[in-house]
Design a protein around this ligand. Sequence first.
Ligand SMILES: C[S@@+](CC[C@H](N)C(=O)[O-])C[C@H]1O[C@@H](n2cnc3c(N)ncnc32)[C@H](O)[C@@H]1O
Length: 228
Amino acid sequence: MAHQGNAWDREYRNPLLVTKNDGPQKDTLRFLKYLKKVEKYRVEEKNILDLGCGTGRNSNYLADLYNKVIGIEISKTALDIAKTRAHNMGVSVDYRLGDIGEKYDIPDNSIDVVLDITSSNSLDEKGREVYLEEVQRVMKKGGYFFVRALCKDGNQNVKNLLKMSPGKEYDTYIMKDIGLTERVFSRTDFLAMYGKYFKILNLEKKTSYTTFNNRIYKRDYWLAYMQK
Ligand SMILES: C[S@@+](CC[C@H](N)C(=O)[O-])C[C@H]1O[C@@H](n2cnc3c(N)ncnc32)[C@H](O)[C@@H]1O
């Protein structure tokens, strides 16, 4: 499935799934609140890495809070929207066209907070291994990592997709309408994978409803707060 850049770019040119919303993602705001309340940590004047930053809704918001933000995104269409929005907001973000499943041009131990808001689901196993190693490498010790990823457990729609439209790799299915392969995670797999690299501070499951091709789908997500 390589990096699936073409499928994502097609999706941004004619959006069926991604949001057109330009405000920060609600779960991102909850994560920031958690850091402030529980960890006594303010995400201001920090170095942030936003993986698969899309149209920049989280990157631009964080840049507006005086953070230095790098956003990596595979779709040029999305990145152009992100840049225009940043310009309109009067903020500056280091937007980079690139693959989060390949090595990052970022120094070791330099990033305070990493966001992966539903992006690494699109990686294949090889890319995921690079992503995990790279995030761990670029993060400062004690830095925070927020992952929002698709959850497999207890979701009938996921069960059907895995059966009817399986991808080549373990726990993947192909979303036929947009030609995109997605990886879903059981709780056990999620904990084993990330636990190898990071300390897991909090893991919860959250249900959202997405309208896709005029049908409503129940999507379950893992929201993971982690630390290096
Ligand atoms: C569901 S969207 C979420 C976008 C953004 N994080 C947000 O919350 O608005 C997933 C994003 O990941 C990007 N993406 C997928 N695979 C990628 C890869 N290998 N490298 C970089 N970006 C990727 C997609 O183009 C898309 O913008």
